[in-house]
Structures are given as structure tokens and as C-alpha cells.
Design a protein. Structure first.
Length: 48
């Protein structure tokens, strides 16, 4: 399985590219900014 990490806001064409990668190449898309926000929330990995 291919995994692609994307940083920054998903806009200005990125959404279309991500959808293409998911559909055409069956890639899993990781939104790094979203993951970082989750880690910083109470109970996230960063808070133990």
C-alpha cells in the first residue's frame, strides 16, 4: 500500500489531486496537520 503525507491546508487543487491518488493508485492519504492537531489534544500521544 502506498502512503502519502500532505502538509498544509488542503485547498487550491490539492483536494482534486488527493482524490485522484486515492482512486487511481489506491493510496492512503495522511493529512499531517490534522494528525498533529489530534496529538496535541488532551489524551493524545504527546500528552501521555
Amino acid at each position: 500500500m502506498r502512503v502519502i503525507g500532505i502538509t498544509g491546508g488542503v485547498g487550491s487543487g490539492k483536494t482534486r489531486v488527493l482524490e485522484y491518488l486515492k482512486t487511481k493508485y489506491n493510496c492512503r492519504i495522511l493529512l499531517a496537520d490534522e494528525a498533529a492537531r489530534r496529538l496535541q489534544e488532551p489524551g493524545g500521544v504527546c500528552h501521555g
